[in-house]
Structure formats: C-alpha cells, structure tokens
Design a protein around this ligand. Structure first.
Ligand code: MRU
Length: 345
C-alpha cells in the first residue's frame, strides 16, 4: 500500500510527489511552516491528502506555541490556520480539515497540553478516516460502474490515487476495486498537462500494483472514445458545489463534454469532505492559478520565446449535467441528489 502522509517519531513523513517516478524520496516535516511550504510546492497534493497534511500541520503549529494561557494559545492557533489556508485555494478538504482542528481545539476545556494532545489525536483520526473512506468509495464505485461489458476499460485524469489521499485513492480507488474483483481490463491515464500527474503519479501507482495502464496525452482522449476504447470515465474532485458542479484538475471539463458526445458514462469519486454545501453552484469555486513556468518549461528546457504571455488555471468546473453520478463513502448519488449524501452513513 502507498501512504503519502505518515505520522512517525513525532514528525510527519511525506512522499515527495514532485520527484516521482524517478526518485522515491521521503521528506520529514517538523514545523507548520514547512508543511505549508510542502503543500504549496506540491510535495503533497491531491485534495484529501492536502486535508490530512494540513491537519498534521495544525498540530505541528500547536506544539510550537509557547504559552500556557488557553486564550492566547487559541489566538496563535488561528494564525497557524491562516498560514495553512493560504497554501492552495481550490481543494476544500484543506479548509474542512483546518476547521475541524480549530473546532476541537476551541471545544476542549483543558490545559494547553491537553488541547495539543487532542489535536494530534484528531489529525491521526482524519488520516485514518480518509483511508477507510477511500476504500468505501472504491467499493461503492465498483457497484455503480456499467454492468456490461463484464470487463471494463476505464479512463482517468490527473492522479486521484493513493498519493492524493491517505491511501487507496478516490477515482483510482474505484479502479483498484475493479481490478481486485476482476472487472478491469485496463486503465487509460491522461498525462494531465501541465504538471503531468497522470504520467508521473497515476502510472507509477498502477505499475506498483500490476494494474495494466496505457498512458495517453490529454488530446488523445476524444479519439479513444470515438474508437470505442473507453467504457467509463472516473475522476476525482477538489471541490463539489451543492448542485453537483465539480472542480477538478484542468482538462476534466473538456473530458466530460467529449464523454457526453460519445455516450461514455462520466463519474466523479470523492469523499463527502470534498463537497462544499455552502456553495450553491460551481461558479463560486475559487480556481487556483499557478506559475506560468509549469507551462513554458519542461525539465530544464524552455519551450517558448520570451515574449509569450500565459494563463495557467489549475482547475476547471464540470457542470453537474455532464456527470452521471458522484461516488462517495456514503453511497452513489446523482448530482442533484447530493444533499442526501451529507447525512447517510
Ligand atoms: O493540483 P493537484 O495535483 O493537487 O490536483 C489534484 C486533482 O485535481 C485531483 O484529481 C483531486 O485532488 C482529487 S484527489 C483524490
């Protein structure tokens, strides 16, 4: 099993996802500031994994606070929350995990040391729960996949795998469950320009587990669907609005449009913590813009003349009507029924 975020010997171990697949490097994080940096630079990435990392970041920040005064402690903890909230804007799991950590701190009527201990337990609980959530998503998703043909070829975008979660993955969790139960022939993975999470991370995960994977560039997906090569598409999500509109890695929207044109069912797999019930629709989801270097540079090579201007949105919003179903740990819901998923267990 692949676990991108681990609590060990009083520090957090992160698999450095910027160095895969060429190097497997584990980074040790001791301070909240370093955790914020690791999230910003995408050493750890993927919505649920960011949430888990931020929860540990809150604890690391809590243990750096040198006061025994509860009120002052809580004020300084809010500053740690601000630091972590400023890392990445789109994945709502980040804000969800930080809120959960702040809530438990405020509700704990004890000494600062007792609050710090509860914060560590809560971060560990968030970590453990996400792993169980992903396994449940995998199994619910398997049941939701088309019943025929018996063996399916699936396509995914970006990396919504073990690396993007506490382990097992959301979209890739569905793929793993399908593979385990003999229902998967092959996974097609979009390379996912510009950061290539599909090429670097999704294929790496598949190779680790012997899941047959075919890498395509993003602009080949329509051709593959036209050729009848794809039975269903499963992607992850960074934030889902209450009406089912879904923000995910840039390129997901065009994939959904092409899927509809070719009658290929398009599924989103995500934990309930990725659903932002405060937002009525996807137009309100903040979209992260990242550095243009992600577009103009590949390795050491500059691709463009210096005069060129760039636009580098990291996510897009797929309208709910293009999504067949949203697969959560609480079951599988049509986008307009999403509110039911909030409370079911
Ligand atoms: O920019 P990233 O790599 O953090 O974006 C990741 C994605 O878009 C994933 O599809 C999403 O977070 C779901 S992860 C289970």
């Amino acid at each position: 099993m692949i676990y991108p975020v681990i609590w060990q010997n009083n520090s957090v171990l992160l698999i450095d996802q910027t160095r895969l697949p060429n190097e497997y490097v584990v980074v040790e994080i001791h301070r909240s500031q370093d955790m914020a940096q690791a999230i910003t630079t995408m050493i750890v990435r993927g919505a649920p994994a960011i949430g888990v990392a931020a929860a540990y970041g809150m604890y690391l920040g809590a243990r750096e606070i040198e006061t025994s005064d509860r009120h002052e402690f809580l004020q300084q903890l809010e500053k740690v929350a601000q630091l972590l909230r400023a890392t990445r804007p789109t994945a709502v799991n980040l804000f969800w995990a930080i809120s959960r950590m702040l809530k438990i701190a405020n509700e704990t009527l004890g000494t600062v040391e007792e609050i710090q201990a509860i914060l560590l337990q809560t971060a560990q609980a968030i970590n453990k729960e996400d792993l169980q959530t992903c396994q449940a998503i995998g199994d619910h998703g398997l049941a939701a996949l088309p019943q025929s043909p018996e063996k399916l070829t699936l396509l995914t975008h970006c990396n919504a795998g073990a690396l993007a979660t506490a382990g097992y993955g959301t979209a890739l969790g569905v793929v793993r469950s399908a593979w385990r139960d003999g229902r998967l022939t092959r996974l097609f993975a979009d390379e996912t320009r510009p950061r290539l999470q599909g090429a670097k991370l999704t294929t790496w995960e598949c190779v680790q587990e012997g899941i047959p994977v075919t890498l395509i560039t993003d602009n080949m997906a329509a051709h593959c669907m036209q050729q009848g090569l794809i039975d269903a598409i499963v992607v992850g999500a960074d934030r889902i609005a209450a009406n089912g509109d879904t923000a995910n890695k840039i390129g997901t929207y065009s994939l959904a449009i092409v899927a509809q044109a070719h009658n290929v069912p398009f599924f989103v797999a995500a934990p309930v913590s990725t659903i932002d019930f405060e937002l009525a629709n996807g137009s309100q989801i903040p979209i992260e813009e990242r550095h243009p270097m992600e577009i103009y540079q590949v390795g050491e090579t500059i691709l463009t003349p210096p005069q060129v201007e760039f636009y580098n949105p990291a996510f897009d919003v797929t309208p709910a009507e293009l999504i067949k179903a949203i697969i959560t740990e609480n079951g599988v819901f049509a986008p307009h029924e999403l509110i039911q998923g909030r409370h079911e267990s």
